[in-house]
Design a binder for this molecule. Structure first.
Ligand code: G3P
Length: 225
């Protein structure tokens, strides 16, 4: 399963890229707004951090299909071919997806709250479909179950697509979807760090250090015994 970072904070992206096995960065208009700078300036900086090969996800803003396609052209021109265009799963969005597919432009269906939306986006040729797990939970439904339903509907239909599940409230949800075999998730930096935030790990390492230093001297490691 791919693991992407859902942020436009370049310091956090640098940090997570240094320490964690991540595969790309996703953004949306609200995330870009938080950065408080020119969106293309921020996105180009992100591209320079993650390299040319990793996937960068950038959302269109228009509500009309023909303008979404214009936005897709500009996004690719500015940020390169490993950038995937995020298109909302609305009727206009599906129209835009069919046009992008004709042009061979890579895209992802976003703003997904139901399995039906996700299945339609996959049918339109979306490389990924992004259910908003936590937001679905907050509506009184089961976001993880909706994500699993979309995964199953895509597999059942035999489409060449998969999830980029988004909007997580905790790290366990990420693991649950990994166990289910989904294609990708994107999570905020704190959710990714939460995958390994555990006092028991620190205590175990402290005890190992104390034991070896007791035998060989303070500050010694296996490199200098
Ligand atoms: O792009 C969608 C995703 O980032 C939403 O996350 O945490 O705002 O619900 P959140």
């Amino acid at each position: 399963m791919k693991l992407c970072i859902d942020t436009a904070d370049v310091a956090q992206i640098r940090h997570i890229y240094t320490f964690f096995p991540v595969d790309g960065v996703s953004t949306n208009p609200s995330i870009l707004a938080k950065a408080g700078r020119d969106p293309y300036e921020v996105l180009k900086e992100i591209r320079s951090i993650i390299g040319e090969d990793d996937e960068l996800f950038v959302q269109v803003m228009a509500r009309k299909a023909n303008v979404m396609v214009e936005e897709a052209h500009r996004i690719l021109q500015e940020l390169g071919k490993t950038t995937l265009v995020k298109v909302p799963c609305t009727p206009e969005g599906f129209k835009a997806m069919k046009m992008l597919r004709e042009e061979g432009i890579r895209f992802i269906g976003t703003a997904v709250y139901t399995a039906m939306q996700g299945w339609l986006a996959a049918k339109c040729g979306a490389e990924y479909v992004a259910p908003y797990v936590n937001r679905i939970d907050n509506m009184g439904f089961d976001g993880i179950q909706v994500a699993k339903d979309i995964h199953d509907a895509i597999a059942g239909s035999g489409y060449d697509s998969g999830l980029l599940a988004a909007s997580f409230k905790n790290s366990q949800q990420v693991l649950e979807l990994a166990r289910y075999g989904v294609k990708a998730v994107t999570a905020a930096p704190d959710i990714i760090e939460g995958l390994v935030k555990n006092a028991a790990i620190d205590h175990a390492l402290d005890a190992f250090t104390e034991d070896l230093e007791g035998l060989c001297g303070k500050g010694r490691t296996m490199a200098d015994l």
